[in-house]
Design a protein around this ligand. Structure first.
Ligand code: F6P
Length: 328
């Protein structure tokens, strides 16, 4: 760690999420506030390898707090996974006089940061930016709240057409390994069933539940399915299965896809991003490295990157129970 931090780099990496721009704005302005030069690193680690740098000042981040995506661009760099790639990145950082960097991204981006930091004793700090909310050490990742609102809004619209035609809809939402989006948006949108990677509901239970819904007088239904659902069937296979086994159901599928990652960040994500950016820069100034900033019980905290990557976020079992009760 240098005696005094004079220049901090900042990059966004991996899948983008709403709130990344707000976090960038916060990092840049906190640097300006503490008289530290801030350098934007474009296109994630790939830009670091190629020296795609641009100095940023408080005015470079005007009017981005409300913008989805990331003005720094993002990438998943395979070259950074190699020793040669990381060496090029290190040489560029040194040539630019960058003393530390803040990476805004998910667990893959943090793994890269951790390896790099250990190899070159280079100070790094992570800000969790992913809609999946699957990072240990924070109650909320940037973009999760916005994505939930996007999904709920989409399902509300699907419900209108489902109910007009007495149809059953399988709605697939993002979440390759975790069901936080499916569970929370499912409860928020009043889904009849929610299928998540953490729980194997079983196809029989799904059929029983749909039959029960029909008997209880429901004419249309929404089933929210996380991409990585444990039943092992994708939404199209689920549609076929239900059509074969419940003949009186007219079934449709809607895959929400990448629209869940876009859009204007919610107020919650903007505030969280602003707090995380300040905490990240000030923690570097105080001499912390190899941590991720997070919010737990509304307090800003630091978690070692290694723990953030390896720790597992747990599904909220009480919320699962709430969902069961709501589908009565
Ligand atoms: O941002 C995380 C995530 O949304 C996952 O839920 C999803 O599986 C993945 O990104 C898809 O990302 P990409 O299409 O960029 O590979």
């Amino acid at each position: 760690m240098p005696d005094r931090i004079k220049k901090i780099g900042v990059l966004t990496s991996g899948g983008d999420s709403p709130g990344m721009n707000a976090a960038l704005r916060s990092v840049v302005r906190t640097c300006a506030y503490h008289n530290i030069i801030c350098v934007g690193i474009y296109r994630g680690y790939q830009g670091m390898i190629e020296g795609d740098f641009k100095e940023m000042n408080a005015r470079s981040v005007n009017n981005i707090i409300n913008k989805g995506g990331t003005i720094l661009k993002s990438a998943r760099s395979t070259e950074f996974r190699t020793r040669e790639g990381r060496e090029k990145a290190y040489d560029n950082l040194k040539a630019e006089g960058i003393d530390a960097f803040v990476v805004i991204g998910g667990d893959g981006s943090f793994t890269g940061a951790m390896i790099f930091s250990e190899e070159y004793s280079f100070p790094v700090m992570g800000i969790p930016g992913t809609i999946d909310n699957d990072i240990f050490g924070t109650n909320f990742t940037l973009g999760f709240d916005t994505a939930l609102n996007t999904v709920v809004d989409a399902i509300d619209k699907i419900r209108d057409t489902a109910s007009s035609h007495n149809r059953l809809f399988f709605v697939e939402v993002m979440g390759r390994d975790v069901g936080h989006i499916a569970l929370n948006a499912g409860v928020g949108a009043g889904a009849e069933e929610i299928l998540i990677p953490e729980e194997d509901l079983g196809l029989e239970r799904l059929l029983d539940s749909l039959k029960r819904s029909k008997r209880s007088g429901k004419s249309s239904s929404i089933v929210v399915v996380a991409e990585g659902d444990k039943i092992g069937k994708n939404v199209f296979e689920l549609k076929e299965y239900v059509e074969e086994n419940l003949l009186d159901y007219d079934v449709r599928v809607s895959v929400l896809g990448h629209m869940q990652r876009g859009g204007t960040p919610s107020c919650f994500d903007r505030v969280l991003a602003s707090r995380m950016g300040v905490k990240a820069v000030e923690s570097i100034i105080e001499g912390s490295t190899n941590y991720m900033v997070g919010v737990i019980d509304d307090k800003m905290v630091l978690t070692p990157l290694e723990k953030a990557i390896k720790g597992h976020t747990k599904i909220d079992v009480e919320l699962l129970r709430v969902s069961d009760i709501m589908t009565t």
